[in-house]
Write a protein that binds this ligand. Structure first.
Ligand SMILES: Nc1ncnc2c1ncn2[C@@H]1O[C@H](COP(=O)(O)OP(=O)(O)OP(=O)(O)O)[C@@H](O)[C@H]1O
Length: 745
């Protein structure tokens, strides 16, 4: 092995220190033989081991190309050892400080316990003797203790600070330590003989290291000084604390003595009072014994009573429960029995009602009674009230009840329409009569009732919901589609206004007043000059209605926004021809919307409206007279007393199927008028007109009629018509295709 001196390059790869070539040369000038290196091997190994122990993961890798002098290394090792020793001393110091701190903490805890005991004692003392004032010295004592505690706290903080600084210093030491350990391993590498010569400069790094050392040294000194000062302060505070503790103990003794004095006094007092207390206790116990016994007895009695009553109640409630269940079951059974019987009765009653109706209708047909329907309109704004005075029968649709001044009257009619009945429902009941008109009967349907009771609504209806008139015509057109029979329908429309007849289809108003009802020599009534328009479609019908509505006299009254001031008659002639046999039928359908009766005092009309009302009332009273005469089978029926009755003669004298629709208002304020209307209808119902005949002629033009047998027809002198001469008698018309209307002279 070549051991001749050579330049050295030292590099510590972990980056803590790097010495360049110059620094190495400066430090290693002596030249050391391998022997020396070998003799120091143990020492270097030890240093390296220590370095490994202190930082096991940081094994320094040092390469030295050549070693000329290891003296410096030895010095460094010595230095490290010294630093280590210092470090150990610091550690010991720290340990001692920590120990003293713990002792101090223990002392502090003991002091706190002592204070707690003292406070407890003081409160006991305060309770035992309220008179002796011990609070002032104790408060002072507590204040002093608090002060001491604050000082201690401050000291503690300072100690923590010092500790922090110490830690920093320790870190620095460790850094240097590792640095020197690296250097030590350099020596080991040389001893292993694996060094590869390559020298670099290191002098500057060593100088830097030196300056760091000196800086750290100064800092350490400073810290030591601070620590000494702190220790001084700590010992000062400790001695203060000792003094305070001493004072505290003295105070405690003093208080304890005082407490003992008080206790002695109290014991003496107690000894004096004891005999008295014994006597008092004896008296109290004697009194208590008697009272408690009495109360106990009462309580026992009450408890017994309570249990008895409770048992009784339980028994009663269970009995009641059983009884109630039994009764409920019986009631339910009875109810269900009654209910099923009721249902059966209702069923039988409904059947009876239907049967009665059937017979009644047959009788009406045979006797030729006026059929009477009654319709109740819903409340309107003019009523100014909504409560209804009318009620209906659930099982019989022919009964209506009306209540006035607490008295309820019942009326029977062929059919009663409640407030919610629709226009279609009404027409469905009218349909069979319209069918009769198609079959060759004379049919008259008129609406009767007080002003504003809904007559026009039922007969005309509205555009969106038409009434009997338009529905009847639609039905006629539907039925006219029959392939065997061909029908020709003609319509006239007139009004009786202030006892004059006005043609509502005539645009020339001046001409209207000249119309009169005439009797033909062969019998039968007609109105010369009245326009009869042939209608073939619903559109034409609507046109007629529109014209009629325009020309009709209406006005606003208190009872009705648009009151009809006249009686309006829609006259339809239906001539049917059987295309096979040539047989002809001559049906007639008169649809009459009467003007409403009104009490002029109530409606407060005047001028023209008053005149109109008078005429309306007069003609309606004439109608009443006619009905009365018919009902009582008078030999004279006063048809000619008004234009209306004269016009209705043919419908009422027995050869016609007549339906009267009574209109009433549901509200209280109109109740007397409603009752009047219902009475009027009732009279009309009982009038027997005789069975109607079907007007027809065979293919050869011979008139024939089909009157039902056993039917009497009341006759009125001068106007009675035989079946043979009653066809077709009103008015005679000819269709003009271009204008669809013609006037008769
Ligand atoms: N069934 C009903 N449903 C709804 N509204 C109705 C009904 N009946 C009548 N009315 C309304 O009541 C008001 C009076 O009806 P309407 O004009 O038909 O009475 P009226 O008996 O013809 O009266 P007047 O004799 O004065 O001409 C109208 O506003 C009408 O729309």
């Amino acid at each position: 092995m070549d051991l001749s001196p050579r330049p050295i390059s030292v590099s510590i790869n972990n980056g803590n220190l790097k010495l360049n070539q110059n620094e190495v040369e400066e430090n290693l000038t002596d030249g050391v033989s391998t022997k020396v290196i070998r003799s120091n091997k143990r020492a270097f190994e030890k240093v390296l081991d220590e370095s490994r122990v202190s930082s096991p993961k940081k094994v320094p890798r040092i390469e030295i190309d050549d070693v000329s002098d290891l003296k410096k290394y030895r010095d460094i090792c010595e230095n490290i050892k010294r630093k280590k020793k210092e470090h150990q001393q610091k550690n010991e110091l720290r340990h001692a400080t920590f120990k003293s701190e713990r002792r101090f903490q223990r002392l502090l805890k003991a002091k706190e316990d002592l204070i707690g005991c003292l406070e407890q004692r003081i409160s006991e003392l305060e309770e035992g003797s309220k008179d002796s004032d011990v609070s002032t010295p104790i408060t002072k004592l507590l204040e002093t203790i608090k002060k001491l505690e604050a000082e201690n706290e401050e000291l503690k903080l300072k100690m923590i600070d010092t500790e922090f600084k110490l830690k920093r210093y320790m870190k620095d030491c460790e850094r240097f330590e590792s640095l020197y350990s690296n250097r030590t391993s350099l020596g080991l590498t040389v001893f292993d003989g694996n060094a590869v010569p390559s020298v670099q400069g290191t002098t500057t790094d060593i100088a830097k290291l030196k300056s760091i050392f000196s800086l750290t040294e100064t800092k350490l000194k400073q810290l030591q000084k601070e620590k000494e000062e702190l220790h001084l302060k700590l010992s000062e505070s400790e001695s203060n604390r000792m003094i305070e503790e001493k004072r505290f103990i003295e105070e405690k003794h003093f208080l304890k003595n005082e407490f003992l004095d008080e206790q002695i006094k109290y014991t003496e007092h107690l000894a004096r009072c004891k005999p008295l207390i014994v006597v008092e206790k004896k008296v109290v116990s004697q009194v208590d014994e008697v009272t408690v016994k009495t109360v106990q007895d009462t309580l026992n009695n009450l408890t017994n009573d309570y249990h008895c009553v409770k048992n009784l109640i339980t028994q009663i409630s269970s009995t009641i429960k059983i009884e109630t269940e039994e009764t409920t079951r019986k009631i339910q059974k009875a109810i269900s029995e009654v209910d099923s019987r009721n249902k059966e009765l209702v069923h039988r009653y409904t059947n009876e009602v239907q049967l009665r109706k059937l017979y009644h209708n047959q009788l009406v047909e045979l006797r030729g009674n006026i059929r009477v329907y009654c319709r109740v309109r819903p409340p309107i704004k003019e009523d100014e009230e909504v409560d209804s005075v009318v009620s209906f029968d659930t099982y019989d649709d022919g009964i209506i009840n009306i209540t006035s001044k607490g008295k309820t009257q019942q009326f029977h009619f062929d059919k009663v329409f409640p407030m919610d009945a629709s226009q279609l429902q009404v027409f469905d009941e009218v349909r069979s009569l319209v069918r009769s008109a198609i079959d060759g009967f004379h049919v008259c349907i008129f609406a009767y009732g007080q002003t504003g009771s809904g007559k026009t609504y039922t007969m005309e209806g509205t555009v969106s919901d038409p009434g009997v008139n338009q529905r009847a015509l639609s039905y006629l057109f539907e039925e006219a589609q029959n392939t065997v029979w061909q029908y020709e329908i003609e319509a006239s429309m007139l009004e009786i206004y202030n006892e004059t007849i006005r043609d509502l289809l005539d645009a020339d108003c001046e001409d209207k007043n000249k119309l009169e009802i005439k009797m033909k020599p062969e019998g039968g009534l007609y109105v010369p000059g009245l326009i009869a328009t042939s209608v073939k479609s619903l559109d034409e019908v609507n046109e007629i209605f529109e014209t009629g509505r325009r020309n009709r006299a209406t006005a606003k009254t208190m009872m009705n926004e648009r009151s009809s001031r006249s009686h309006c008659l829609l006259l339809l002639s239906i001539v049917g021809v059987n295309t096979i046999t040539g047989n002809k039928t001559f049906g007639r359908l008169n649809l009459v919307d009467l003007a409403g009766s009104e009490r002029t005092s109530k409606t407060q009309v005047e001028g023209t409206r008053l005149q109109e009302a008078k005429h309306i009332n007069k003609s309606l009273s004439c109608l009443g007279d006619v009905i009365n005469a018919l009902k009582n089978k008078h030999s004279h029926v006063p048809y000619r007393n008004s234009k209306l009755t004269y016009f209705l003669q043919e419908s009422l004298d027995g050869d016609s199927k007549t339906l009267m629709i009574l209109q009433i208002s549901p509200v209280e304020k109109n109740v007397s008028e409603s009752i009047f209307t219902l009475n009027f209808g009732q009279r009309g119902m009982s009038a027997e007109l005789g069975a109607a005949t079907k007007k027809m002629e065979d293919g050869k033009g011979t008139p024939s009629s089909s009157r039902r047998p056993n039917c009497e027809t009341p006759k009125s002198p001068g106007t009675s018509l035989t079946p043979s001469n009653r066809t077709p008698n009103f008015p005679k018309t000819v269709s003009v295709p271009s204008k669809l209307s013609v006037r008769y002279k």
